[in-house]
Ligand binder design. Structure first.
Ligand SMILES: [Zn+2]
Length: 549
C-alpha cells in the first residue's frame, strides 16, 4: 500500500514537471512528437499484440493499452465511467456446398458457389432458405429523393428476389448531371443496395457483378465472402435484413436474362435512364444456406477531453485499432502486425490528445478520441457507434478519421477523402494554408473510397466527416518516388504479415498531417456553427432533419 502511495506521489511530481515543461508549446509549437508516435506504433504493432484481431488476446492487450494511455493523459471515460463501448458482433461461416437454382424460361441454372455465385445471410440463423422466389430486375436498386430517382416505384417486391447492378447511373453514363457523374455516391455501394432491398421487403438480393463499375474483378467478390464473415448483431438477430444477399457474374446473368427472353445489354443500359421501370424476369430463384455461427463482443475505446464552455458539443477524432490477427496456417511469420494499417492512426490519436491537452488554446467544445474495432471486417466498430452513439449525433459537429499515416516524410500537399462534400472544406483550407500545403480531393472518386473507411459510418448517420489520407508530393524525394513507395506498400505489405515497423520510416510527414488535423479539430471546437453537407449531398437530408430536433 505504502509503496503504491509513494509511486503515485512520484507520478504526481513527474506530471507536474511534465506540465511545466510543456510550457514552450504555449508559444505556438504543437505537442506532437515523432518519437512518442514511433514508440506507441512499435508497441501496437509488436508481435506481443498478435495482429490486434477482434475477440482475441491481442484485442485485450490493444484496448487496455489505449485505455491506459488516454487515462494517463487525464482524458475522461467516453462511456459513463468506462473507456469501452461493447460492440456485439457475430461471425457467420456459410457452408460452401450451397447451390443457387434459377429456373428462367425453360432453362435451369444450378449455380456453383464460388465461380458462379457468392451468397450469404446476415440473419443469425443456422439455415436460411428461399424457394421459388419471383425475380425482378430493379435497375440500380436505388431510392434517392435528392436525385429524383426511385427504381422501386410502382412495384411490390415483398418475398421476391431483386436483381440489380452495382454502382450508380452517374457512373454508367458519366453524365455529371446524373447523381454525381463519375464519382460514386453511397447509392452505388453494394452495402446500400442490400439495405434498401430489405426496406422494400425483398426476400433476396442478387447484385450483378461487372468489373468496371465494381472497380474490382470477380476474384475479389469471391475472396471477400469466402470463409468466416463478421457482422454486427442486432437484438433480433438481424432479422430485418433480407434472407439472402448475393452476387452473380454479369456473363452468367446475361444468360439468365436471355432465357427469360430479355436483352441484358439493352436493359442494363436503360437502367441508367430516367424512363427505366423495373422488369420482372420469367424466372424463379431457390437457395438454401447452412451457417456456422460464433458470437463475439469486441470494444471501441472512447475517451473525452471536455470543452471549456460548449461541453455538450463534440468533435470526434477516430482511427481503427484492429488489424487481421494471426494466421496459424502460414509458414514463417504468421502475425499481421498492421504497423502502418492502423497502428499509425491509433497512435496518432494519442498525439492529438497530447496536442489538445498542452495547447495554449483550450477547445471550447468537447473532443472525443475514439479507437474503433473491426474496421477490417467492414467498418463494424464505427457502424456500431453510428447506431449507438454515446453523445447525440445532432451535438456531434464532425468526425475526422485517420487510417494509415504517411511514413515517407513531409509533403507539399494533403489528400482528403470527403473533400468537396461539406463546409468542413473551409476549415481544411485554412489549416492547410497555414502550413503552405495544397489540398487534393479523392483522386479516384469512382471507386467509392469515401464509403470504405470509418468516417463513413458517421456520414451515413448524417454527421459531416473527413478522412485524412496523407499527401503524395514528397518534399525530399518528389511525387513519383512517393507514389512508387505507396504502390510498393500496397503490393508487398498491405494486409500482409510484412506490414511491420521499419527504421526507414520518416514520420515528419505524419507529424505535419497530425498538426493539420489538430488545427482543423481545434478550429471546429472554438466555433459555434455546425458546418453542413453541401446541397445535393446524399447525407444532407438526414443532417437537416436531426438538426431541427
Ligand atoms: Zn486500415
Amino acid at each position: 500500500m505504502k509503496k503504491i502511495l509513494w509511486v503515485m506521489f512520484a507520478v504526481a511530481i513527474a506530471l507536474t514537471v511534465a506540465i511545466y515543461f510543456k510550457a514552450p508549446s504555449r508559444n505556438g509549437t504543437i505537442n506532437i512528437s515523432a518519437d512518442r508516435l514511433v514508440k506507441n506504433i512499435k508497441i501496437l504493432a509488436s508481435d506481443e499484440f498478435e495482429g490486434r484481431a477482434p475477440g482475441t488476446p491481442g484485442e485485450e492487450k490493444t484496448t487496455q493499452f489505449l485505455k491506459e494511455q488516454f487515462k494517463k493523459l487525464g482524458l475522461k471515460p467516453g462511456n459513463g465511467d468506462s473507456y469501452f463501448q461493447g460492440v456485439k458482433m457475430v461471425e457467420i461461416t456459410t457452408s460452401p456446398d450451397a447451390v443457387m437454382k434459377i429456373v428462367s424460361g425453360d432453362k435451369v441454372f444450378n449455380l456453383k458457389y464460388g465461380p458462379e455465385f457468392m451468397g450469404w445471410t446476415l440473419r443469425v440463423r443456422d439455415q436460411v432458405s428461399v424457394t421459388d422466389s419471383d425475380m425482378v430486375f430493379v435497375g440500380y436498386g436505388i431510392v434517392a429523393p435528392e436525385y429524383g430517382w426511385n427504381d422501386y416505384d410502382g412495384i411490390d417486391v415483398h418475398g421476391k428476389t431483386v436483381v440489380m447492378m452495382v454502382n450508380d447511373p452517374g457512373f454508367a453514363t458519366q453524365d455529371p448531371k446524373l447523381f454525381t457523374g463519375n464519382a460514386m455516391t453511397y447509392y452505388g455501394r453494394w452495402t446500400y443496395k442490400y439495405e434498401e432491398a430489405a426496406r422494400q421487403g425483398a426476400a433476396a438480393v442478387i447484385i450483378i457483378h461487372e468489373t468496371k463499375p465494381a472497380a474490382y474483378p470477380w476474384a475479389v467478390v469471391q475472396g471477400s465472402w469466402t470463409g468466416p464473415q463478421f457482422n454486427l448483431e442486432s437484438d433480433d438477430g438481424n432479422m430485418s435484413r433480407v434472407k439472402v444477399e448475393s452476387w452473380i457474374p454479369g456473363a452468367k446473368m446475361a444468360e439468365i436474362f436471355a432465357a427469360s427472353g430479355l436483352d441484358y445489354n439493352k436493359l442494363t443500359a436503360e437502367a441508367a435512364t430516367r424512363d427505366f421501370k423495373a422488369v420482372p424476369l420469367k424466372a424463379k430463384m431457390s437457395v438454401s444456406l447452412k451457417n456456422s455461427i460464433r458470437h463475439v463482443v469486441s470494444k471501441n475505446v472512447v475517451a473525452v477531453l471536455p470543452g471549456t464552455d460548449r461541453l455538450d458539443e463534440y468533435i470526434i477524432h477516430m482511427a481503427h485499432w484492429d488489424h487481421l490477427g494471426r494466421n496459424p496456417a502460414l509458414k514463417g511469420d504468421q502475425i499481421f502486425n498492421g504497423a502502418a494499417d492502423n497502428a499509425t492512426g491509433a497512435a496518432g490519436l494519442i498525439e492529438l490528445a497530447n496536442a489538445y491537452l498542452s495547447g495554449a488554446q483550450k477547445p471550447r467544445r468537447s473532443i472525443m478520441f475514439m479507437a474503433v474495432t473491426a474496421e477490417e471486417q467492414g467498418l463494424l466498430g464505427s457502424a456500431y457507434y453510428g447506431r449507438h452513439p454515446l453523445v447525440p449525433l445532432n451535438k456531434t459537429v464532425a468526425a475526422i478519421n485517420m487510417d494509415v499515416l504517411n511514413t515517407y516524410g513531409k509533403t507539399r500537399d494533403v489528400t482528403i477523402i470527403g473533400y468537396g462534400n461539406s463546409a468542413l472544406d473551409d476549415y481544411v483550407d485554412r489549416a492547410a494554408k497555414q502550413q503552405k500545403r495544397s489540398v487534393n480531393p479523392d483522386p479516384e472518386p469512382e471507386k467509392g473510397g469515401f464509403y470504405r473507411s470509418d468516417h463513413f459510418s458517421l456520414s451515413k448517420e448524417g454527421v459531416p466527416a473527413l478522412y485524412f489520407d496523407g499527401g503524395v508530393d514528397n518534399i525530399a524525394h518528389g511525387r513519383k518516388w512517393m507514389l512508387d513507395q505507396i504502390a510498393d506498400y500496397t503490393a508487398n505489405r498491405y494486409h500482409k504479415p510484412s506490414d511491420e515497423y521499419s527504421d526507414s520510416w520518416d514520420m515528419s510527414g505524419a507529424v505535419e498531417d497530425l498538426e493539420l488535423i489538430y488545427k482543423v479539430g481545434l478550429q471546429l471546437s472554438l466555433g459555434d456553427s455546425f458546418p453542413n453537407w453541401r446541397d445535393g449531398n446524399e447525407f444532407k437530408a438526414k443532417r437537416d432533419a436531426m438538426m431541427k430536433k
